[in-house]
Design a protein around this ligand. Sequence first.
Ligand code: AMP
Ligand code: TRP
Length: 332
Amino acid sequence: MQRIFSGIQPSGIPHLGNYLGAVRNWVALQASHECLYCVVDLHAITVWQDPAALAQQTRELAASLLASGIDPKAHILFNQSAVHAHLRLAWIFNCVARMGWLNRMTQFKEKAGKDRENVSTGLFTYPNLMAADILVYHATRVPVGDDQRQHLELANDIAQKFNHDYGVDFFPQIEAMIMGPAARVMSLRDGTKKMSKSDASDQASIKMTDSADEIALKIRRAKTDPEPLPETIEGLEGRPEARNLVGIYAALTDTDHAAVLREHGSKGFGAFKPALTDLVVSKLAPIADETNRLLADPATIEAILRDGARRAEALAVPIVEEAERLVGFLKV
Ligand code: AMP
Ligand code: TRP
């Protein structure tokens, strides 16, 4: 059975993009893979996080993953900082990856923007830690949204260079699994920008714990154009907002853009938006209720994470120790 690893940052309540681009696929993959799912708190502090908020966001994210259907007994759910093997391998990878490789990372360029001199060095080496997250388990498949594709290519470059430099065949190649019609959910305010936890506008994203009223309001206010929906996908060309709403509908009904347009094509947004609202509410409301139920008992969430970390550690330690031996560290 192939081993899967994926991670998500505890930098706020996850949104519909995280759910459709990642979490929903994580749940489905549990039927056919051995899965490790990680709340990446080490990655979160590459930008400033208020300490009390970070701990609470870690609980909230874990609760939301459990409520979405992650099974912490058959698989492993844990927070990254609890398994030090990630850091040991990340240091080695800091010394394998090249400046030129990291300089090409578009996510760094986007996040650093004009403030390049003033961002943390952790933000720059972020992809090396991500490579370590995966490779410290010799995981071979990684379900992520489309935005992470470049980071996974870099992880493969690191694995290959390590193998080449040390003359071994130790780290496997990894395969990105980018799934479904909503691998890239866009902002409700701007169909050319991805839905993101860091968007300045609260109206740009639907959070996993939004109430039915909040969801309805956000969809009603979502930016659209004045034309009715087209009847075929070609008609979505140049209409990013329409494409996004149709993509969300398709993902939530397990179909594709074409099937949604066969059903809703030629309707105006005045008719399509209420249908979309009902659909989103019907999928998210049960998850939000379960998340809140779990959050009322933080000790249980922490016990689940602790158990996951212990089992993750047992898998990771032999691999990182072998990597350290290959590098030539003297074991004393
Ligand atoms: P992050 O919130 O950046 O830690 O992302 C967690 C997971 O959600 C990753 O697999 C991302 O690729 C995915 N993701 C984040 N934003 C979006 C989006 N707007 N559309 C689809 N997937 C996304
Ligand atoms: N960088 C990923 C994101 O922002 C999160 C992440 C960290 C991750 N480590 C990972 C995803 C390992 C997949 C595998 O979405």
